[in-house]
Design a protein around this ligand. Structure first.
Ligand code: C5P
Length: 313
């Protein structure tokens, strides 16, 4: 017999992110690097629908052109399944969940898509199972799943330190217009960090052995002023050079955007998505057309937007 409870569907949504500034410090003993980053949540979303089940399962759909679902695992290595299992273990919940995720954040693209899945899943399961976790408890569980998961829960604009998971909200005004060039390949985050370490060992170790990363104060001022031209001047990502080293073709993408009206472009997180900041909506539309004409897969997004939230439907 199908009970009313088993037909319940909980729908949550969490955003992807752009690191408008990312400074990487030294490798720590735990295998992570110390970071100082400014995150902005943008209007590309992962939509999670959760239903009661005995076991744990996930399946993916997408309506966004350029999103390739073929490489996304659906076994226990999937971050959404890990999130559900972690919440069940932390709360003593004995059942499972069937998850369906509508994916609109590029896969392995440096925009925190997997982290958004984990964030939206934590919220969906906590609601479905009635496990009553506080926001702080969800943030703490999120940090165990990945460095970007707490930010996907929190959203908006924030500075991240530590592994990137120690967050403080940043003031931001207005809406920034982004145009994102999606690659038809992914980049492995650990591989990009490894490339950075190897480069530093080759070139910098003697000059600057201890780096204390910090977010440039100009970045916070530009965000606070809602001024895209100022932000464009100070956007920076320490992972851009190693990402370009692994995928030299990204250099031409950056150049093409800047020739077609972008104020600046930056590799997003560990890449390979390239995020271009446009002066306004008209500029973003023109840039989108120019990049599409060059046969790139392009999506537009605005930021900042909300973190993970429950939708009523
Ligand atoms: O936390 P997350 O699972 O997203 O990190 C993936 C990988 O990226 C880590 O295993 C690590 O190799 C690298 N990383 C890092 N320093 C950070 C964040 C991520 O070295 N602060």
């Amino acid at each position: 017999m199908t009970s009313v409870a088993s037909s319940t569907v909980v729908h949550t949504r969490a955003p992807g992110k752009i690191n408008v500034f990312l400074a990487v410090g030294d490798l720590q003993d735990d295998g992570y690097h110390e970071l100082a980053t400014a995150y902005q949540a943008v209007s590309l979303y992962e939509d999670v629908r959760a239903r009661h089940a005995d076991g744990f399962s996930v399946r993916f759909t997408s309506t966004t052109a350029g999103i390739d679902l073929s490489g996304v695992p659906v076994d226990d290595s999937n971050l959404a399944i890990k999130a559900a299992r972690l919440l069940a273990a932390a709360t003593g919940y004995a059942g499972g969940v069937a998850l369906t995720i509508d994916k609109n954040v590029p896969v392995a693209g440096g925009m925190g898509g997997g982290s958004a899945d984990a964030a939206a899943t934590l919220l969906a399961c906590d609601t479905l199972w009635n496990t009553g976790q506080s926001r702080d408890e969800l943030l703490r569980l999120g940090a165990q799943l990945g460095a970007d998961v707490p930010f996907a829960l929190m959203g908006g604009t924030a500075v991240g330190t530590g592994r990137g998971d120690e967050l403080s909200p940043a003031l931001a005004q207005g809406q920034f217009q982004w145009v994102l060039a999606l690659a038809d390949f992914g980049l492995s985050t650990p591989a990009v960090y490894r490339e950075l370490d190897e480069h530093r060992i080759r070139h910098l170790a003697d000059i600057n052995p201890v780096r204390q990363p910090r977010v440039d104060s100009g970045v916070l001022q530009a965000l606070r002023a809602g001024d895209p031209a100022r932000l464009a001047d100070v956007m920076h990502n320490d992972l851009q050079a190693p990402a370009l080293h692994l995928e030299p073709g990204l250099g031409a993408v950056l150049e093409l955007g800047e020739q077609n009206g972008a104020l600046a472009g930056v590799v997003s997180g560990s890449g390979p998505t390239v995020a271009f900041l446009a002066p306004d909506l008209d500029g973003a539309l023109e840039l989108q057309i120019a990049l599409s004409a060059a046969k790139l897969a392009v999506v537009r997004a605005t930021g900042p937007v909300h973190g993970a939230r429950l939708l009523a439907d």
